[in-house]
Structures are given as C-alpha cells and as structure tokens.
Design a protein around this ligand. Structure first.
Ligand code: AP5
Length: 215
C-alpha cells in the first residue's frame, strides 16, 4: 500500500501517520522529520534547511525530491510507504509521476484554520521520533516527557503564531493546488483521492482514515 497524507500544517498528519503505519505495516516517510534530523546533525543540508524552515517557507523542490527518492529506494519501502508532508508542490507531485512512483491512496485531512492555530500553539514534540503531543488534547503520560523514551519534549521553532500564519499562506498558495491535481488523477483512475474531516478524537480520525481506504 502506497499512501500520501495531505493536509495543512497541524491537520494531524504526523499523529495519524504513526497510527496508520502500524495498521498497514508500512514505513512512514516524513519530510519534516527528515529535515529536522538533518538540522540536528548540523550538516550543510540541515543548515540550509533550518534557515528556510524558521521562516515558514518550503525548502527547494530539488533538495526534497532527492531525499524522498533515495528513501523510497530503500528495502523497507518495497511493499509500500506512507508519505507525510510530501509532495507539497505541483513540481514535487510531478517528480513522483516522472519517477514512475505510483500511489494507491491520497488521503487529505481537512481542519479549520482556527483549530490549527490552537493545535500548533499547544504542540510539543519528541524530536528523535517525530511523535507529537498536545498540552490539552493529547498530553503525554508524564508532563513534558515522551511516553516511550522519557526524553524531554520541545516546542518546534516554527510553531510561533506568526510563523504558523506564514505556513498556512504557503500551504494555500503552493500545496492546496495538489487537491485539484489528485482529484483529476482520481477521475482518471490513477489514484484514489479521499477527504477526511480532521476534527474529533485522534482515534475517531484514525478510524475515518482507515474506513476511507477500506470503502
Ligand atoms: P512538516 O514537519 O511537514 O510540518 P507541517 O506539514 O507544517 O505539518 P505539521 O508537522 O506542523 O503538522 P501535522 O499535520 O503533522 O500535525 P500533528 O500531527 O503534529 O514541515 C515543516 C517544514 O519543513 C515546512 O514548513 C517546510 O519548511 C519543510 N518541509 C517539509 N516537507 C517539505 C516538502 N515536501 N517540501 C518543501 N519543504 C518541506 O498535530 C498538530 C497538533 O495537533 C499536535 O499537538 C497534536 O497532538 C494535535 N492533534 C493531532 N490530532 C488531533 C486531534 N484529533 N484533536 C486535537 N488535537 C490533535
């Protein structure tokens, strides 16, 4: 099973990705997590990406397409994968087509913007795994600590309100056009495009996403 998870920043893509990969037994490929790992490593790519991510803009298509193509070529992706945060531009979606990488499902999580602002303001993350929590909606078992490792949770640099607003504008301008692109591919029978409402409990949304694939 090859899945793309689409949706605005804070829609719950990362939260749901962790649950869906267990259900479908496929690896998660999160471009945001890959970039944050590069930033933590202090590599040249990481330093370049950090400056861009801080502003809420997207990193260049060629950089991210190379990272994703290399990751998809790894052995654990042979039976499928879940793309979280990629593609994010029409050029990135076209790069998948050009590389002959077919996708079975495009699942788009929709959430109103006022809920997104509130979700991102209260988000705390475990950087090493990409697990995310929310101070009130989805708190860790022990305050400020990751449930599985006990490591300290942090607030992401790009979760400041002003940067979140910039990320939403970038989403509208550069990523939303993908919805039309994949609806068109759905009509042609190339992918299955499904929209899922992202308000409700994490469990409810997981069930909606799984049902949308099984229907
Ligand atoms: P990335 O890390 O991909 O960020 P994003 O797409 O903006 O998405 P988020 O991680 O912010 O949100 P999410 O949808 O995963 O929500 P989450 O599950 O955490 O990208 C970051 C940056 O990297 C980009 O801005 C860009 O610069 C760069 N980048 C990445 N990919 C790129 C690409 N392909 N091309 C170019 N640049 C790229 O949930 C959010 C919060 O809500 C959490 O606190 C969570 O606990 C809570 N929550 C989740 N579900 C619920 C629920 N049902 N009810 C209440 N709260 C909930």
């Amino acid at each position: 099973m090859r899945i793309i998870l689409l949706g605005p920043p804070g829609a719950g893509k990362g939260t749901q990705a962790h649950l869906l990969i267990d259900n479908f037994h496929i690896p998660q490929i999160s471009t945001g997590d890959m970039l944050r790992a590069a930033v933590s490593s202090g590599s040249e790519t990481g330093n370049k990406a950090q400056a861009i991510m801080k502003t809420g803009n997207l990193v260049p298509d060629d950089l991210i397409v190379t990272l994703v193509r290399q990751r998809i070529a790894e052995a654990d992706c042979a039976n499928g994968f879940l793309l979280d945060g990629f593609p994010r531009t029409l050029a990135q979606a076209q790069a998948l087509v050009d590389a002959d990488i077919q996708v079975d499902y495009v699942l788009c999580i929709s959430v109103p913007y006022d809920a997104i602002i509130q979700r991102l303001a209260g988000r705390r993350v475990h950087l090493a795994s990409g697990r995310s929590y929310h101070l009130t909606h989805n708190p860790p078992e022990r305050e400020g600590l990751d449930d599985l490792t006990g490591d300290k949770l942090i607030q992401r640099e790009d979760d400041q309100e002003e940067t979140v607003r910039k990320r939403l504008t970038v989403y509208e301008e550069q990523t939303e056009p993908l919805i039309g692109f994949y609806k068109d591919q759905d009509k042609k029978g190339i992918v299955n495009y499904r929209e899922v409402f992202g308000i409700g409990s994490v469990e409810e949304i997981k069930n909606r996403l799984i049902k949308s694939v099984n229907d």
